[in-house]
Design a protein around this ligand. Structure first.
Ligand code: AMP
Ligand code: TRP
Length: 352
């Protein structure tokens, strides 16, 4: 582990976040949020709803607040425990925007222009691409670096953004601006985080095309299972999911991405090893397999959906969790921001 530039937390610090856009789906759950729940027991966890990221593409102001609250409620419904984890809204802690600006000024433009997610999203947007979309990964770096995070659990698609955060911290801040101690050793300003990408579940693919990842932005709703889809919708989507003419489910066949994806989903949702799932389904036709998978999905999501309704019926409690989260997050974040401001040579503001 890297030496902690701020006061070292007793347990490794973890930070992650999801945007409050669209409906969270099985990919978000299995690739990201479900792993958070395990981490919160022996890590110092910070989970934010990244609403500032949500406006990097055109958004509906009438929905943003509600979607933010709903996403926070889903975190809690998925098992994030507000007594163990710090749950907060990104825009409630202004240090995110402030550090983002400071990092912007040391980040080379061409580092951002080569980000795969930017290129993909910009292509989809056509002519109306905001500067914020290009800057998205710098804001994400600010999110992570503000909390001296040791580890960042995300799906595989975010690996490049994590690398960028590491490079900014290491090459652009620490290497250039770190003060020296008495023996001339640099004192790092920002902690360099590590990605935490769990292989299984790291990439859930679309139900309608096993070569594309399941995504909130796919215009075809049948391509994904939302965490709040009612059982009959889950059953219908799985019934219509793309298959192939081959009998028996298997992993790893290059011509059978759908078999690989759905068998992987079955293993994760029924909480068995990939080997056990693969043995169980090796000789099964699609007609037998699909109801089995649908059942596993409905059962796995049932407790999440029940808890979600409980939290949504009590929005004041969700606000309460977010208020406490904001307080804790802001106090950690302001220390880091101060370190960076000092290292960059700003005139300190006058204490009140
Ligand atoms: P997004 O839906 O892009 O806001 O992503 C939120 C989180 O879910 C990130 O950590 C992603 O890496 C993860 N994620 C999104 N889609 C998938 C997917 N299809 N498979 C696995 N993880 C995913
Ligand atoms: N970019 C991430 C995604 O799409 C969301 C995100 C924003 C994030 N800030 C973060 C994830 C900080 C982890 C840590 O999934």
């Amino acid at each position: 582990m890297n030496p902690a530039p701020g006061a070292p937390p007793a347990r490794p610090r973890v930070l992650s976040g999801v945007q409050p856009t669209g409906q969270l789906h099985l990919g978000n759950w299995l690739g990201a949020i479900r792993n958070w729940v395990e981490l919160q027991q022996d890590h110092d966890t910070f989970f934010c709803v990244v609403d500032l990221h949500a406006i990097t593409v055109p958004h509906d102001p009438a929905r943003l607040a509600e979607d933010t609250l709903a996403t926070a409620a889903l975190y809690l419904a998925c098992g994030i425990d507000p007594n163990q984890a710090t749950v907060f809204v990104q825009s409630h802690v202004s240090a995110h925007s402030e550090l983002c600006w400071l990092l912007n000024c040391v980040t080379p433009l061409n580092w951002l222009e080569r980000m795969i997610q930017f290129k993909e999203k910009a292509l989809k947007q056509g002519s109306d691409v905001s500067a914020g979309l290009l800057d998205y990964p710098v804001l994400m770096a600010a999110d992570i670096l503000l909390y001296d995070a040791d580890q960042v659990p995300v799906g595989e698609d975010q690996k490049q953004h994590l690398e960028l955060a590491r490079d900014i911290a290491q090459q652009r801040i620490n290497a250039r601006f770190a003060p020296r101690d008495a023996s001339g050793e640099p004192i790092p300003i920002l902690k360099v985080p590590s990605p935490l990408i769990l292989k299984e579940g790291a990439r859930v693919m679309s139900l309608t095309d096993g070569r594309n990842k399941m995504s909130k932005s796919d215009p075809n709703e049948a391509s994904r299972i939302a965490l709040l889809d009612p059982p009959e919708v889950i059953v219908r989507k799985i019934k219509r999911a793309k298959t192939d003419p081959v009998m028996g489910l298997e992993f790893g066949h290059p011509e059978r991405p759908e078999a690989d994806n759905l068998l992987g989903l079955y293993a994760l949702l029924s909480q068995q090893s990939r080997e056990a799932a693969s043995n169980e389904c090796a000789a099964m036709g699609w007609g037998t397999f699909k109801p089995l998978l649908a059942d596993a999905a409905v059962e796995a999501l049932k407790p999440v959906q029940t808890r979600y309704r409980e939290w949504r019926n009590d929005p004041a409690s969700v606000r309460d969790v977010l208020g406490k989260g904001q307080e804790k997050a802001a106090s950690v974040a302001s220390d880091t921001l101060e370190r960076v401001r000092n290292a960059l040579g700003f005139l300190p503001s006058r204490p009140d």
